[in-house]
Design a protein around this ligand. Sequence first.
Ligand SMILES: NC(=O)C1=CN([C@@H]2O[C@H](COP(=O)(O)OP(=O)(O)OC[C@H]3O[C@@H](n4cnc5c(N)ncnc54)[C@H](OP(=O)(O)O)[C@@H]3O)[C@@H](O)[C@H]2O)[C@@H](O)CC1
Ligand SMILES: Nc1ncnc2c1ncn2[C@@H]1O[C@H](COP(=O)(O)OP(=O)(O)O)[C@@H](O)[C@H]1O
Ligand SMILES: [K+]
Length: 465
Amino acid sequence: MRRAHTVEQVRAAEASLMARLPEGTLMQRAATGLAVAISNFLGRAYGARVVLLIGSGDNGGDALYAGVRLARRGAHVTAVLLSEKAHEAGLEALLAVGGRVGSPDDIARADVVVDGIVGIGGRPGLRPDAAAAVELAESHNVPIVAVDVPSGVDVDTGETPGPHVRADLTVTFGTHKICHLIDPAASACGPVHLVDIGLDLPQASVESLQDADVRALYPVPHGESDKYSRGVLGLMAGSTQYPGAAVIATAGALGGPIGMIRYVGPDAVAAEVRAAHPEIVAVEGRVQAWAVGSGLGDNLDVPQVRELLEAEEPVILDADGLKALDDSGDHEGVLATPHAGELARLLGVERSTVEAERLKHARLAAERFDATVLLKGATTVIAAPDGHVRVNGNATPWLATAGAGDVLAGLCGAFLAAGLTALDAASLGAYLHAAAANLASDDGPITALSVAAALPEATRQLLQP
Ligand SMILES: NC(=O)C1=CN([C@@H]2O[C@H](COP(=O)(O)OP(=O)(O)OC[C@H]3O[C@@H](n4cnc5c(N)ncnc54)[C@H](OP(=O)(O)O)[C@@H]3O)[C@@H](O)[C@H]2O)[C@@H](O)CC1
Ligand SMILES: Nc1ncnc2c1ncn2[C@@H]1O[C@H](COP(=O)(O)OP(=O)(O)O)[C@@H](O)[C@H]1O
Ligand SMILES: [K+]
């Protein structure tokens, strides 16, 4: 599991470790890891022109001490001071090994710019001279390595209300911060390299599944399994308006760990579903979970869906089904899968507000509707009513195609039917959906059905690495 902690948690862990170590130890650990990452990024240190953008705090200190190490290995290191004060000992050490203080004019000729403007102590946004220095690097295509976080982002929310660095690599220390996992800030980090500095950390505020977690959570069938014990999904999707959604959601569920699917809907749509997937039954009977809403259109019967919400079986609500969600009940087993527009409607805010503050609104909805909420987008944010948050950011942008959400709804429904909690079903669903999209796309266009078709192979590759 990749774990991200809040600034407050990091500060507390740092304080308790610092009390046991000689002064400056953590900064030296951070700077060593940073210098190695910068020289790996450049492919060399000797002869490289490195410009450090230095703010007033310890983030600048990390950059200065990394500069010391790079200068010792033959790099030409220039510090551009963006504040009246800079980490004094770090600056002295840099000057002592032949580094120099320069001006923004040095940026255009640099091989790399190191962003040590602010770290976890920074307020969002950049002051004008910092913003101008960053713009200069961007306009001359000089790559930027961010120290700890891209300066200017909101570290604890992933929001970017003002100007900020867009890094080609971010080197962080001790643990991931929330801005590394949540968009729009996550997209400004580039790859994130974590340097271990020995922090002892509490439970994470935000998590992100890795391959090994998928292997541990996946409900693999065993010798005693039969189609009923693996889980039966009731699918209430599609309409004469949108029959394709039912076909696509079915394909998504069939690509998951499903025993059987019972389709409930208009006869004409059932016929299309069966024509595409002859293994589907359109006979009512017991199910272990419901997937409701993809392409339901005017077929949505709110009282009928609310009845399902009140029953014991878990329910995934997608698309039109979300209109049945109300904030009066206990929806512990409910998984809602809105995109930003749908979540905005549920919460009565603008879509742009949800997009700018994704973590906040996913959490708000989970609390208000007492349900697990999966907010779709380039990074998928999953918030449970108990405060757990998981994020998935490994999907190709080619996945932004009509019907991709129906595949996800069917797939998450299959995990719910297999008995996983809403949080695990949503995080496994989002992870495998993205893995299948990456496999099907191979950096080219994909259709929703091709994503569903790639689910078995993506699953096989993950389960047998
Ligand atoms: N914690 C750990 O485990 C470890 C932490 N380490 C490192 O320390 C970093 C945190 O250092 P930190 O606490 O000194 O804060 P930091 O982010 O450098 O600067 C804050 C100062 O900047 C200013 N400022 C604020 N906003 C601004 C803005 N928008 N634009 C411009 N300036 C702005 C403001 O001062 P002001 O100028 O307003 O007086 C404020 O005081 C952390 O990210 C990591 O790199 C590692 O060494 C090892 C282990
Ligand atoms: N830029 C992007 N990068 C990666 N994945 C994306 C991007 N945009 C959307 N997605 C994913 O594509 C799917 C789109 O779902 P949705 O918006 O419901 O589409 P539809 O309703 O047409 O099926 C979601 O899983 C979402 O997370
Ligand atoms: K920084």
